[in-house]
Design a protein around this ligand. Structure first.
Ligand code: CUK
Ligand code: CUA
Length: 867
């Protein structure tokens, strides 16, 4: 122990108190720390973020995938990536864009009749109930092609894409209102609302910005374009937005960065755009009463119809006291409303300050019609000073804000892009509290539920634009770097880096993992994109091929490990539709499906039905197969699509003369196959006996596996009847094939059954001490398992009971492991060497490891009945 701590203190930078309580007296840890050059702090950070195998995370993060047009899902604190959700971009692994139903979703995003197959995702938003995340829906915007998409958190699939009818780009969205009845989406680059050409010289007259208020039905999770409208705004280049909450519920807040209405034009000798658009000291925060405007939008006299959508003109909004401007420091970026809706924090990229506005002050100015002036479009401007709670200097390039658990006391976190820092400060007292360096050039930061009215604190994730020197380089473009920061202490503590191998994530949102309850399986035959039963739903026994004119419909099923039908023959030029249903009920038993060369792919989660369409316009033989390694017989899960040219005459190839088996040979093969099946069945029965005796039904996860296994086993009876019938008819050839099928079902049963047994053993065995755990690890890592299998004689003896076989056994085992050669001459060992024709090699274990292995072997003996 003394040795361990003296070693530790030579590398330790932080407090040793934590180490004494955390690490105990394991010399192994000190050894690893030394080998890998880890400090004590590193080890604490590792312990704070490491999730042991099988463990779960506390939070789930949904991060935009930037130019990949996707969403990334990962866990906190482990920072393990869990999923890519396909949104605006085809993503073949789940068939998105490669099967008909997902194509329909993707094609909802066509703009002016044209296909768009990518997106620039920026701001994901989680649906809310009373301002708190409810774990039901996720929406995200596409900046490049102004669209929103809705993802169902029941299965993490994209269900809907809507195109903004008037914007030509968007950015400040998506933002749910506190009960998810509406979603705000603000414009970015001003452009004409109609689809016509308008010269840039008419920018002020014909180019417009705005905010679209989308109606959303939180029950079914769909945006309703008919229940939606756009608020017309000046061409000020609207940017980030936020929806009011509690005190400010019903209002929206949107930044802008070009109140100058500058349009650049370096081609005609004008100074560049970025110079002109940041000339004024201030830009405008737009403050609008979307709730009142929503009501007004229901009266046709208040709206203009543009591109089949409702637009409330500026003058209508002004006349109804629904639209105001508040000056804000120039070129702002983030605007974030506090959980109680009372404070609105705005950060400007070109200003070192954060500006905190107070809603009650803004509201008072509005109610009293107390205006400092009007903009060229007649929108009332409120006095900046009178609307401000105050300003505080944070550092260079403040961008975005997140609230933590102590938001009531005023705690807020802000990213500093230029300084590459996160700053913790108090927005009520206007005081900086702490800063931490991040790597590098942070954009957004993500608090845990940090945008809801119930922020959890615990962590902040820095979403850094550049990684530079943080990872092994993978080309000139480095990964993005998400860094997890612990904010529970007084000082922020950087825990771990996570490279992101995708586009540039802008914003991420985090939710408690306990709030998500995704589906395990669909109702049999579901079209997952609509949630309804699929028109091509096919149940077991309903498989068929139907021809209607030159269109061939295949109603097929997939279940471990066959595709039914196994052969489909069509004519060249036929249209082909595969309707495929995954009949599995077993958790996670997904099958994939493709026909080679036809650019189609589907992923069928348990219970799902998909449709794949193509024209068989080339002649040939095309294997189709399951693309998920779904069972021991996955490779066998295949079939053939044969495409014949109806105008061709096919001459049959000369048949090869194959030697046929004699009757006696066939009988011998049949008997052998039956014998193998009987033996396999005996193994299955012993597993079943074990499972029953140990009450598998008490453990739901084990029970599910047993149900799956018996499901496969249940199919044997039918095959046996077919085999017996063939025997009776004298067709032993066929009988052998059916017996083989029986064997396949047995293998599948055993596959899952043994998994169930192993799981059950773990559940009912006595708990392992930490030494025994370390011993099991050492046993595995030391390569002992190469010769010794617990409970079985393998290429070395079974070690169950080894501690009973020798006198003074612990010492004997210790000495033998330490130096096997010293005992080669002992009669017992010599006998073993002769029997196995192998000598126990020296695995160079240290005393600690051997001690732990002995503890593990004691645990094995305690549970010997289970192996
Ligand atoms: S934006 Cu990218 S860092 Cu689109 Cu929210 Cu600020
Ligand atoms: Cu199904 Cu592989």
């Amino acid at each position: 122990m003394a040795n361990f701590f003296s070693k530790l203190s030579t590398v330790a930078l932080g407090t040793t108190i934590a180490a004494t309580t955390m690490f105990g007296a394991s010399g192994e840890l000190a050894k690893i720390m030394k080998q890998r050059g880890l400090t004590e702090k590193d080890v604490i950070h590792a312990a704070k973020t490491y999730v042991p195998t099988g463990g779960r995370d506390d939070y789930i993060v949904f991060s935009s995938g930037g130019q990949s047009g996707q969403i990334l899902v990962y866990g906190v604190p482990s920072m393990r990536i869990l999923k890519y959700v396909a949104v605006f971009t085809p993503e073949p692994w789940q068939g998105y864009g490669y099967d008909e139903d997902s194509k329909k979703v993707l094609r909802q995003g066509n703009i002016r009749g044209r296909e768009i197959n990518w997106g620039d995702t920026h701001h994901p938003a989680l649906s809310e109930k009373d301002g708190k995340y409810d774990g039901k829906w996720l929406v995200i915007n596409d900046k490049a092609n102004p669209r929103l998409a809705v993802i169902d958190l029941n299965d993490f699939e994209t269900k809907q894409i809507v195109v903004n009818p008037v914007f030509k780009s968007d950015h400040g969205g998506a933002f749910f209102t506190p009960n998810s009845k509406h979603i705000l989406e603000a414009c970015q680059y001003a452009a004409p609302f109609d689809n016509n050409y308008h010269p840039i010289e008419e920018y002020k007259e014909t180019y417009r910005g705005g905010v679209t208020v989308w109606g959303f039905n939180p029950k079914i999770g769909r945006i309703d374009p008919k229940d939606s409208f756009t608020i017309e705004m000046p061409p000020y280049m609207q940017d980030l937005s936020d929806a009011g909450k509690a005190a400010s519920d019903g209002w929206g807040f949107t930044n802008s960065f070009n109140s100058e209405m500058y349009t650049g034009g370096i081609e005609v000798g004008m100074p560049p755009f970025e110079a002109g658009c940041s000339r004024n000291d201030t830009d405008f925060l737009h403050v609008y009463n979307w709730k009142k405007l929503y009501k007004l939008s229901k009266d046709p006299k208040n709206v203009k119809i543009i591109n089949n959508s409702k637009v409330i003109p500026m003058d209508v909004a002004i006349k109804n006291n629904c639209l105001f401007l508040v000056p804000e420091p120039k070129s702002p970026h983030g605007v974030d409303v506090s959980p109680d809706g009372e404070y609105i924090t705005v950060c400007g990229k070109l200003d070192t300050h954060a500006s905190v506005y107070k809603w009650s002050k803004i509201k008072k100015l509005i109610d009293n019609h107390e205006y400092a002036g009007k903009d060229p479009y007649g929108i009332p401007i409120l006095d900046m000073k009178k609307a401000l709670h105050g300003q505080v200097e944070l550092g260079l390039g403040p961008l975005h804000n997140q609230y933590g658990k102590k938001w009531k006391e005023g705690i807020i976190y802000t990213s500093l892009y230029v300084d590459s820092q996160v700053v913790k400060w108090n927005y009520k007292k206007l005081k900086v509290l702490d800063k931490i360096n991040v790597h590098y050039n942070i954009g957004h930061l993500c608090g845990m539920e940090g945008k809801s009215s119930d922020p959890q604190g615990d962590y902040i994730i820095a979403l850094n634009k550049l990684a530079i020197d943080r990872f092994d380089p993978v080309g000139p473009l480095h990964p993005q770097n998400h860094q997890l920061i612990d904010i529970r202490g007084k000082k922020m503590d950087m825990l771990v880096d996570m490279p992101l191998p995708l586009g540039e994530p802008h914003q991420a949102v985090a939710i408690r993992a306990s709030k998500l309850h995704p589906e395990v399986r669909y109702k049999m035959g579901t079209n997952t994109k609509t949630g309804k039963l699929h028109k091509g739903r096919t149940l077991a026994g309903q498989e068929r091929v139907e021809r209607k004119g030159n269109h061939v419909y295949i109603y097929g099923t997939l279940v471990r490990s066959h595709i039914n039908p196994e052969r489909v023959t069509v004519n060249k030029g036929d249209k082909v539709t595969f309707y495929l249903t995954n009949l599995e009920r077993a958790e996670d038993e997904t099958h994939g499906f493709t026909v080679d060369n036809f650019d189609i792919h589907g992923s069928l989660e348990p219970g799902e039905t998909i449709e794949l369409d193509f024209t068989a316009d080339i002649e040939g033989v095309f294997p189709y197969y399951c693309t998920e390694f779904c069972s021991a017989l996955h490779l066998e899960m295949m079939g053939y699509l044969m495409v014949k040219d109806p105008n061709k005459k096919y001459v049959s190839a000369q048949k090869l003369k194959m030697k046929t088996m004699s009757k006696a040979e066939l009988k011998a093969e049949y008997d052998k196959t039956v014998a193998v099946n009987t033996a396999t069945d005996a193994v299955i029965q012993s597993v079943v006996k074990f499972l029953k005796e140990n009450h598998f039904e008490k453990y739901p996860t084990v029970k599910n596996l047993v149900t799956d296994a018996l499901d496969q086993y249940g199919k044997i009876k039918g095959e046996k009847a077919k085999s017996d019938k063939a025997v009776k008819a004298g067709d032993l050839e066929k009988a052998v094939l059916f017996e083989n099928m029986i064997w396949q079902y047995m293998v599948k049963t055993a596959d899952v059954g043994i998994r169930a047994k192993d799981l059950l053993v773990r559940k009912i065995a006595t708990p392992q001490s930490s030494a025994a755990q370390a011993g099991e690890r050492a046993f595995g890592e030391g390569g002992c398992g190469g010769c010794h299998v617990i409970g079985k004689v393998s290429s070395g003896p079974d070690l169950t009971g080894v501690l009973q076989r020798h006198e003074n056994a612990e010492k004997w085992v210790h000495d033998f492991v330490k130096n096997p050669a010293s005992k080669y001459k002992e009669p017992y060992v010599e006998g073993m060497i002769n029997y196995f024709n192998l000598r126990m090699p020296n695995q160079h274990m240290n005393d600690e490891e051997i001690k732990n292995i002995i503890e593990y072997l004691k645990w094995v003996d305690d549970n010997a009945n289970l192996f």
